[in-house]
Design a protein around this ligand. Structure first.
Ligand SMILES: [Zn+2]
Length: 297
């Protein structure tokens, strides 16, 4: 059987490959087998039973040794603050899952030979980040929202501002189920680590736009560019408006196969895709600013 240290490392890597979370270990859980696979454990090794005697109650409890080893490794990671226990994660997400902490995330990156700088782009969940995400997605929607952050200075990146960036990005793309709000495209990289969509600011960062869910939209790279350059904007009811400049665009511009990537929306009078809770829809104040200041009529 593998050593506990080796199991701990395998556990961190598996957590990373599963976006930072795995279910609480239970009998027949797929994850238990998945980690056993990384050690090429035989069927016999997977099913060896460990007997524990409870003298007081005069009974014997049998549990699989591999299961026990896995649980011990997870407990040890939790003691070292590299993962959060299902009980603690439950308070945050209502799911009984083991979740990476920020330190555990860093350790998993090291073990997977991925530079720490990639943290910013990975959609991996961490306990601290989820706390932040919960804060920005559960906040009460203000009636009169000010989408500008006067304090926002693009000076040096602090731990706090890096966390805010990642939190904004994750909260937004998760709220839109990893889809582009305009075209609905949903795709990740072949290794499943990266999502194609980006969290766009409605009032851009360069204009001091806040990193709030109300100032965010999940967009594919193409539509992010099209939105930021003013080809599109939104009515207050989230209907897409496209620039009249489309009529003077050379006919071969903007084609993807036979479709024009901008014009496909002009005939539909359609609305963007929205999150499942109204509380976190983009705010009309941010949209109005985009319409007045970025959109090209
Ligand atoms: Zn798109």
């Amino acid at each position: 059987m593998p050593t506990r240290k080796a199991v701990e490392q395998a556990l961190l890597k598996t957590l990373f490959n599963h976006n930072g979370v795995i279910k609480e270990f239970a009998k027949g859980e797929e994850i238990v087998n998945e980690i056993a696979d990384t050690f090429d454990l035989s069927q016999k090794q997977r099913t060896i039973l460990l007997e524990r005697k409870y003298y007081k109650e005069d009974r014997i409890v049998k549990s699989p040794l591999w299961h026990r080893l896995l649980y011990r490794a997870a407990e040890s990671l939790a003691k070292n603050n590299l993962v959060s226990r299902p009980k603690s994660t439950f308070h945050l997400t209502n799911k009984k899952e083991w979740m990476l902490t920020e330190d555990g995330f860093s350790e998993a990156l090291k073990l997977s030979n991925i530079p720490e700088s990639q943290k910013e782009f990975l959609p991996t969940k961490s306990f601290e980040l989820q706390k932040y995400i919960r804060k920005i997605t559960q906040a009460t929607r203000p009636k009169n929202y000010n989408p500008f952050d006067k304090e926002k200075k693009i000076t040096k990146v602090t731990t706090e501002s890096a966390m805010r960036n990642r939190g904004f990005r994750q909260a937004v793309i998760e709220a839109y189920d990893y889809k582009c709000a305009f075209c609905g495209l949903k795709i990740n990289s072949p290794d499943t680590r990266f999502w194609e969509v980006e969290a766009a600011h409605i009032v851009p960062s360069s204009s001091m736009g806040k990193d709030d869910i109300w100032n965010g939209l999940s967009l594919c790279r193409l539509h992010h560019w099209i939105f930021d350059t003013g080809w599109f904007t939104l009515q207050n009811d989230f209907t897409i408006i496209i620039s009249t400049k489309i009529n003077s665009l050379p006919s071969k511009f903007g084609l993807m196969g036979n479709d024009n990537v901008i014009r496909i929306f002009s005939s539909r009078n359609s609305k963007i895709l929205l999150p499942n809770r109204e509380e976190i829809y983009p705010h009309q104040n941010a949209i109005a600013w985009h319409r007045e200041n970025i959109f090209s009529r």
